[in-house]
Design a protein around this ligand. Structure first.
Ligand code: NAP
Length: 324
């Protein structure tokens, strides 16, 4: 089965209703739906000269957009990424820092050591997602949350993969139930209480199959607990984007055509993996397009060299029309 291409508009659940006050701005939005964190737009982007009539009509047309752009500049959204020292979380954290003209980036890590690993800046908070109170300082004042925490299976001591199939286990207290369910639920609850306007959650493909081999890894039922947290997020009322990634690759980003799908259909195809760098980019792009909101989708990529590298993320998100 191939990937699914959908062309209808985004679900209505995240659209701003008439006269609802637009987050971050004092003006009200009457008839159109906008992303919470639009890309900056400036008048200099038009090629018309200031005296021409096309300039004047462009200026009239852009005036409302420019009010938004200027206001956005005054208050850049603060975006917290958790698991910021993890393999994908670190890429997201770096991208937020690189785009400091658009975002105030924050990170949450578990230890002082992890904080040092990603540069030790003061916008990196230390907390444990299993301890709800420890999340409050990082979440307070954040406009968006990107969840990139995960339980991590370890090879059982004494396992020798050179001679036998390795066995895996989870540390006591760090099973998927505690990290991927309770830990993600704590993050969602804290974000909702703090008035966070969008949560992006990176999950995993395979969640439709309770007998997926990953569930037997360390007896953790990891995909079951991840899926439970996804459902909790979808039911939370906070606009969400759930990215169910295929097998993660440590390869360069922006070189592949990205594919979205639903309900693990991509697992029946050859297109089942995606670079961590591309997942990180999709997390950030999801903050910028209304079309990404209130949706869950599978994400994979064509092999490098086949297909056209994805640059139009609005079009990518628009292919998904169903919510959870
Ligand atoms: N591996 C794959 O092929 C694959 C496929 C599909 C989806 N995914 C999913 O994609 C996501 C990103 O994967 P990844 O491999 O980039 O992640 P990763 O490197 O395993 O990072 C996981 C992060 O979670 C943090 N964490 C774990 N327990 C925590 C706790 N109690 N409190 C705070 N932080 C905690 C870890 O912190 P420390 O640094 O302190 O340990 C680590 O930074 C995960 O949800 C993963 O399940 C993975």
């Amino acid at each position: 089965m191939g990937s699914i291409a959908y062309i209808s508009p985004a679900p209505l659940c995240c659209k701003l209703s008439q006269n609802q006050s637009y987050p971050h701005f004092s003006c009200s939005v009457s008839s159109y739906s906008l992303p919470l964190f639009p890309k900056l737009v400036s008048l200099s982007s038009t090629s018309a000269s200031p005296s021409s009539s096309s300039f004047n009509s462009a200026r009239r047309g852009l005036s409302r957009v420019c009010v938004v752009a200027m206001s956005t500049d005054l208050k850049k959204p603060t975006v917290l990424v958790t698991g910021a020292a993890g393999r994908t979380g670190q890429i997201v954290y770096d991208k937020l820092r690189e785009r400091s003209d658009q975002f105030n980036g924050r990170g949450l890590v578990r230890t002082e050591e992890s904080k040092k690993k990603i540069g030790g800046a003061e916008n990196v908070f230390i907390g444990d997602i299993r301890d709800a109170d420890s999340l409050i300082p990082a979440i307070q004042g954040s406009d968006a949350l990107i969840i990139l925490t995960s339980a991590v299976p370890r090879m059982k001591p004494g396992s020798n993969p050179a001679i036998e199939k390795p066995e895996f286990c989870f540390e006591d207290g760090a099973y998927p139930e505690q990290v991927d369910w309770i830990g993600q639920k704590n993050q969602i609850d804290a974000a909702k209480a703090a008035g966070v306007k969008q949560i992006v959650l990176v999950g995993s493909m395979g969640g439709t199959n309770p007998n997926h081999p990953l569930n037997s890894l360390g007896n953790g039922n990891i995909l079951v607990w991840k899926r439970k947290a996804e459902q909790y997020l979808a039911d939370s009322g906070v606009p969400y984007t759930i990215i169910r990634a295929g097998g993660l690759l440590d390869k360069s980003g922006r070189l592949r055509e990205l594919i979205v799908g639903k309900d693990d259909e991509l697992l029946q195809t050859e297109t089942r993996s995606v670079p961590r760098a591309d997942v990180a980019e999709v997390c950030i792009q999801a903050l910028q397009f209304e079309e990404a909101k209130c949706k869950a989708f599978d994400l994979a990529s064509k092999p490098e060299g086949s297909g056209v590298p994805t640059t139009d993320f609005r079009a990518l998100f628009s292919q998904v029309v169903t919510g959870f």
